[in-house]
Structures are given as C-alpha cells and as structure tokens.
Design a protein around this ligand. Structure first.
Ligand code: SAH
Ligand code: SF4
Ligand code: F3S
Length: 453
C-alpha cells in the first residue's frame, strides 16, 4: 500500500521490483505473507492513517503472526520503533534511507520469526540502489520516473519533508544518466520524469557533482529515444535563469510545469520561509512563459496557514486567477510536529480553513474548466499509456472504415486525453497525433489525425 508523493510511489515500485527479483510475487492482502505500508506524513493525521491501515491488515489476516507487516517511508522515519507497539505483525520499520535495505531485511525476518528490525539511519550520501530489471519494476512503462535527489534543505516553516527525508543528497550525474539510458533502451520508456523535492538545487550539495540542474536536463534530453522530459518539484525561489532558459532550449522538455506557490500573500510567504514574494513569482511566471509561450502551469496551495487573514487569502485567490493555473492541489494547513509553524500561536479555526478551501477550489475548478475548454480543436500529440477505463474491455466501435478501441494518454501539458485507436494491437507507448474534439470536466477526447510513431 502506498501513500504520499511521486517519490514514495517510485520507492514502492522499486521495492516491488527488488522483491520480485528475489522470488516474491505480488498478491492480495488476504494471501500475502508480507505486507508493506509505504507511508506519507506531509499532512493531516498520518499516524492515524497508518494505524488504521495496520488494523485493516490485522482484520483481513485474522492477526496471523506469520504475516509480516513492514512500515516504510516518512511516517516510519518519524515514529520509528514506536510503531512496533501497533501489534505483533509489525516487525520492520524503515525510513527514507532505510528503504534500500528492506528486501534483505524481509528475507531475514521471514527466516527469524522472533526478530524485529528497524532501518532508521540517514546516510550522508545518496546510496545507489540495486538496479531491478525494468520489466520487473513495472518500469516497462512509457513513462519512467528517475530520482535525481533525496531529501530537502529548505525547511519551509510548515513542512516535515526535511525531517522525514533528511538533508538534500544529489545523485551523481552519471548514475542518473545510466538509469535514464537503461529505461529508454530496455524499459520501453519514451518519457522521463525526474524526481526530487527541490530539483533546482540538484548538484549543489556535498554529494552532488556540481553541474547544476539545467545541465542535467540538457544531458538527459540528448539521450537517444527520448520523446518527452518532465521534472518535479521545482522551487520558485531557486529557479535560476539557466533553468528558465531550458524551456526554450531543451526540445523534449514538455510545456508544463508544476510550480508550487503555496500562497499569494507576501506576509504569509515570508512566514512560510518561502524566500520569494508574489511579485517575484509573477516575474518568474512571465520569464517562463517568455521562454515557452504555451507553458501550462499547475501549483500547490496551503490554505489557512497560521495568521492568514481574509486579505491574505484574497491575495491567494487573486494569484490563482493572475497566473491562470491549469490545475492546483490545495490543502488545509496542518500542524506537523517539529516544524516552526507548529509553534506559531495564531492558528486558524478548522471551519474557517475548510470554508476557504472550498472557495479556493471552486475558483480553481472554473479556471481549470476554462483552460480545458481552450484546448478544443487544438492539434497535439499523445503518449499512450493504457486502455481507457471508460470503455469496457473488448468493446470495439466501428468508426468509418476502421474498428476502434478507446485508449488514453497524456498530451504535452499532462492533460488526460481519450482517443479511439485501431483495434487488434497494443498501443501502449506509442505517440499519436490528435485533434481535440471534446472537452469533459477533467479530461479531453481526441481524434487521431496521422500515423502513430
Ligand atoms: N517540495 C515540494 C512539495 C513538498 S510537499 C515543494 O517545495 O513545493 C507537497 C505539498 O504538500 C506542498 O507543496 C504543500 O502544498 C503541501 N504541504 C506540505 N506541508 C503541509 C502542511 N503542513 N499542511 C498542509 N499542506 C502541506
Ligand atoms: Fe518541504 Fe519546502 Fe522542501 Fe518543498 S522545499 S519539500 S515544501 S521544505
Ligand atoms: Fe509524504 Fe514523505 Fe513524500 S512526507 S509527500 S511521502 S516526501
């Protein structure tokens, strides 16, 4: 079970691959001998969620002591060995840097039923993981995620990530390039998504080799077979002119950027420790859009940060409109233990946070709707990911001369698009030129306009 961000999802895929390589197979909880809960602690009651999940496993397995439960990831890092108190099935806790050791630990724990193990130490360098076969790791997917760094040094006032993931540790450029190359040559990848909590700081730490993020982008982009390149997450205060310039000079870099602004109020941004003002953010957006005219932006917003006034909140609403984000993830502020903001006195009442969140989401819903509507009749290309769940399996449709089945993929802006493609073959990983013919509430429909490649 996986909670949390893309980095966690990526860790889960690696874990699955490394265990499969050792002879394990994935199955349902009812039949499992090992259950791994890969956890997130970034917001609201994560401990509760993990304990509920442990309780569910206990209920499903009847508390069978032979079933091994491992708790990994950010909540494990935070709560450590206290998780052993959640029942006798929990015999392994592993934090962010401990994940690498989980496959071995699982094997050992299955041999030694009385043993409990914790892997909670942070390493002072990025420790490379054993490569797992691309197909095994579920990486024979058209979109492959590649980690470029672990941890974060920014210590934004509200954020637990620097405590759960530890200090920023960049990977060596060569290791990143080797993994990307393997994914492209052997894993069927056509798009690479680079992952890190603060990617613009890539290379600028004790473990990095100091070439900088823009340089890394150019080098990944030059790898044969790459159609699309994306990255997440940039920090608006750390994007340098060379990073911005990449959107003009690096052809495979998609015209889409997730750029978390968090708030539109200078006062709140300062208290969050975000190191930019609203005007700085606007200047950045303008520079990015100058580099890439059709750039689509999405963002993260925290609503109800301590001390947020109605005026501060209105500044955030204004920022959403001014920046015309194609989408936004928005969250009520939640106290995280050990962070600076947890100690701020002027907390906002839950009802007020909730009410503001709903107002903000209503505004974003209309902005997102408008953004999608503007896509009608546009010519674009899709990277096909899977069959569309909209159409029951094996259903085919006669469209003119050809028989079609419905597939789905993403356009360069990351929007989900459904498209009918000729039946009788697997289109996963193909690039298909389309025209957008229909706009839905959260996705688009297109029509193939040329040959796939
Ligand atoms: N590294 C990324 C995001 C990390 S966490 C960045 O710097 O933007 C993902 C998102 O969770 C954040 O962008 C923020 O919007 C939200 N978040 C983090 N801590 C939070 C908290 N204490 N309460 C509510 N939302 C939070
Ligand atoms: Fe958290 Fe800030 Fe680091 Fe993002 S940049 S992970 S919000 S501390
Ligand atoms: Fe959550 Fe940890 Fe990611 S706290 S957002 S899983 S870095």
């Amino acid at each position: 079970m996986t909670f949390g961000c893309q980095m966690n999802a990526h860790d889960s895929r690696w874990l699955a691959g490394a265990l499969i390589a050792r002879g394990f197979a994935q199955t349902s909880i009812e039949r499992a001998r090992v259950v791994i809960l890969n956890t997130c602690s970034v917001r609201e009651k994560p401990e509760q969620k993990v304990k509920t999940a442990i309780g569910r496993v206990r209920a499903i397995t009847g508390g069978d002591p032979e079933v091994l439960v491992a708790v990994t990831g950010c909540v494990a890092q935070q709560l450590g060995q206290t998780l052993f108190e959640s029942g006798c099935q929990v015999r392994l806790v592993a934090g962010s840097d401990g994940i690498n050791g989980v496959p071995e630990a699982v094997e050992r724990l299955l041999d030694e039923p009385r043993l409990r193990l914790s892997l909670l130490d942070f390493t002072d360098h990025y420790s490379e993981r054993e490569p797992v076969g691309c197909a095994i790791a579920g990486q024979s997917r058209p979109v492959t995620h590649v980690t470029v760094m672990q941890g974060c040094d920014n210590f934004c006032a509200y954020c637990i990530v620097p405590y759960t993931r530890g200090r920023q540790k960049s990977r060596a450029v060569k290791a990143v390039l080797d993994e990307c190359r393997a994914a492209l040559e052997m894993g069927g990848a056509r798009e690479i998504m680079l992952l890190g909590q603060n990617v613009n700081a890539f290379g600028r730490d004790t473990t990095g080799d100091d070439d900088g993020f823009a340089d890394l982008l150019a080098r990944v982009a030059a790898l044969p077979g790459l159609e699309r390149l994306r990255f997440v997450t940039p920090h608006p205060g750390e994007m340098k002119p060379v990073d911005i310039e990449s959107f003009a000079s690096v052809a495979p870099l998609c015209p889409r950027l997730h750029l978390p602004v968090q708030s539109g109020s200078d006062r709140v941004l300062a208290r969050m420790g975000r190191a930019y003002t609203r005007q700085d953010f606007y200047n950045l957006v303008a520079a990015l859009r100058k580099a890439r005219l059709d750039l689509a932006l999405s963002t993260d917003i925290i609503v109800g940060f301590p001390g947020e006034t109605e005026e501060d909140f209105n500044d955030t609403l204004e920022t959403l409109t001014d920046c015309n984000f194609m989408s936004a993830f928005s969250f009520c502020y939640s106290d995280r233990p050990g962070t600076r903001a947890a100690l701020f006195a002027d907390k906002i009442a839950p009802e007020r946070k909730q009410e503001r969140l709903l107002r903000l989401q209503a505004l974003q819903e209309s902005l997102s709707g408008r953004w999608l509507e503007a896509r009608l009749l546009q010519q674009t290309s899709l990277l096909i990911e899977t069959r569309s769940p909209r159409q029951p399996c094996h259903n085919e449709e006669k469209v003119g001369e050809r028989t079609e089945v419905l597939w789905q993929g993403r356009d360069p802006y990351g929007a989900l698009v459904h498209v009918g493609l000729p039946s009788g073959r697997d289109h996963t990983g193909r690039m298909v030129p389309v025209e957008i013919t229909k706009v839905g509430r959260h996705s688009l429909t297109g029509r193939q306009t040329g040959s796939a490649w």
